[in-house]
Design a protein around this ligand. Structure first.
Ligand SMILES: Nc1ncnc2c1ncn2[C@@H]1O[C@H](COP(=O)(O)OP(=O)(O)OP(=O)(O)O)[C@@H](O)[C@H]1O
Length: 349
C-alpha cells in the first residue's frame, strides 16, 4: 500500500461530507491541521458549532476514509468556531434566536432556559434575554429573583451570570411584585434598550424568550434585532398547534427565518409506557407542513417543572434524565440549523 502523506489525507478528506452542509470538509475550510507519522494520522477539525449534532458521524466517516488510504491509527480533535450568517443588531453577538409560541403555558420559557444552558454546556458563549415582559419567568427559573441589574461606567446594564450563561430579565429591573403597563412606544424603547444598552460582550448565541402570541414585542424585536431566526414551541394539542402556526406565519411575514419546531409535553412515561396526554405528532406535522426542521420532542416530566421552580434547569439538575437528553439534542439540532444557515451565505466553491 502506498505511504500515507499529508496530501493523500487531504485528498481523502475531500470525500468526507458534512452531513448537514452537504459539502466536503476541505471545501468548507474545516481542516485546520494534519500531522502524519508513518501510518498514524492526527487531525484537527474546526466545526461551525461546539454543539454539532453530527460530530460522531463525521468522526466515523473520517476514520473510514483514512483507513481506506492505509492509515492505521487516526486521532481526531474537534474544535469549534461559531461563524455568523449575517450581522445581528448587537455587535459581538453572532446569532440572536427568538423562542416563541402561539399559546401561553406550553413551556416556551422552560425550553428557552434549557436551550441556553444546553448550548453553554456544549462550550458556546450564551446569553438569555427574558423579553416576556408580561410574565417574565427566567429570574425564577435561574433562582435570581432577588438580584437587581447594575450598570457599568458606560451606563450599560450588566447581565447576571448563572449556570454558565448571561441573563437579563425584566423581573430584575422592576421592583418585585410590581405590574408594568406597557404601551407601544415604551415597549419599543425598552426592547431597543435590551439590545443596545446591555453589556452582553462576545456571545455565540443570544436566546430571546418572547411573550406568547404575535404582538408588539415580536414585531419590535424582529425590526430592531435583525433576528437570526425563530424557534416555535408547541404542544401536540390542536389548539396549541393552531396558535403556534399563527406565530410561525407572523415571523415569516416579517422575514424572520423559522429555524424549527419544538414539541413540548409530548408524552408522560408511566410504568414503562408512554401516555400521549395531549395527542401525538402535532409538532412534527406542523414542521413538515411549513417545510421547517422538527428540532425534537420533550416528555412531560416532574424533573422539568421542579428544575424550573428550583432555579436549576433540568439539563443541569438531572442531566441523565430522558428529558434533559431530549433538550440537549434539541440544542444541538438548533445549532446545526444555524450552521446550515451560515453556509447558505457563503460563495460556492
Ligand atoms: N416538559 C415539561 N414537563 C413538566 N412540566 C413542564 C414541562 N414544560 C413546562 N413545564 C411547566 O409548565 C409550566 C409552564 O411552563 P413555562 O412557564 O415554560 O411556559 P410558557 O409557555 O413560557 O408560559 P407563559 O406563556 O406563561 O410565558 C411551568 O410550571 C413549567 O415548569
Amino acid at each position: 500500500m502506498s505511504p500515507v502523506t499529508e496530501a493523500s489525507v487531504l485528498e481523502a478528506l475531500r470525500r468526507v461530507n458534512d452531513p448537514e452542509l452537504h459539502k466536503d470538509l476541505v471545501s468548507l475550510g474545516m481542516v485546520e491541521a494534519i500531522v502524519v507519522e508513518d501510518r498514524r494520522v492526527g487531525l484537527r477539525i474546526n466545526l461551525t458549532t461546539p454543539a454539532c449534532p453530527l460530530k460522531g458521524q463525521i468522526e466515523r466517516e473520517i476514520q473510514a476514509a483514512l483507513r481506506a488510504i492505509g492509515a492505521e491509527e487516526v486521532e481526531v480533535e474537534f474544535k469549534a468556531q461559531v461563524r455568523p450568517a449575517q450581522t445581528t443588531a448587537i455587535s459581538g453577538v453572532k446569532y440572536i434566536v427568538a423562542v416563541a409560541s402561539g399559546k401561553g403555558g406550553v413551556g416556551k420559557s422552560t425550553v428557552s432556559a434549557n436551550l441556553a444552558v444546553a448550548l453553554a454546556l456544549e462550550g458556546a458563549k450564551v446569553g438569555l434575554l427574558d423579553a416576556d415582559i408580561y410574565g417574565p419567568s427566567q429570574a425564577q427559573m435561574f433562582g435570581v429573583q432577588a438580584e437587581r441589574i447594575r450598570v457599568n461606567e458606560s451606563k450599560q446594564m450588566l447581565p447576571l451570570e448563572r449556570h454558565g450563561i448571561k441573563l437579563l430579565s425584566i423581573a430584575n429591573l422592576i421592583p418585585p411584585g410590581q405590574a408594568m403597563i406597557w404601551r407601544g412606544p415604551i415597549l419599543h424603547g425598552t426592547i431597543k434598550q435590551f439590545l443596545s444598552e446591555v453589556a452582553w460582550g462576545e456571545l455565540d448565541y443570544l436566546i430571546v424568550d418572547l411573550p406568547p402570541g404575535t404582538g408588539d414585542v415580536q414585531l419590535s424585536l424582529a425590526q430592531l434585532a435583525k433576528l437570526s431566526g425563530a424557534v416555535i414551541v408547541t404542544t401536540p394539542q390542536d389548539v396549541a398547534r393552531i396558535d403556534a402556526e399563527r406565530a410561525l406565519d407572523g415571523f415569516k411575514k416579517v422575514q424572520v427565518p423559522i429555524l424549527g419546531v419544538v414539541e413540548n409535553m409530548s408524552w408522560l412515561e408511566q410504568g414503562g409506557s408512554r401516555i400521549h396526554l395531549f395527542g401525538q405528532g402535532g409538532g412534527r406535522r406542523m414542521a413538515e407542513a411549513h417545510k421547517t426542521a422538527f428540532l425534537g420532542e420533550i416528555p412531560l416530566a416532574v424533573a422539568v417543572r421542579e428544575g424550573g421552580d428550583a432555579g436549576v434547569p433540568v439539563v443541569i439538575g438531572a442531566p441523565d434524565s430522558a428529558e434533559a437528553q431530549a433538550l440537549r439534542g434539541i440544542a444541538r439540532n438548533l445549532a446545526g440549523q444555524l450552521s446550515v444557515q451560515s453556509y447558505l451565505f457563503l460563495p460556492m466553491t
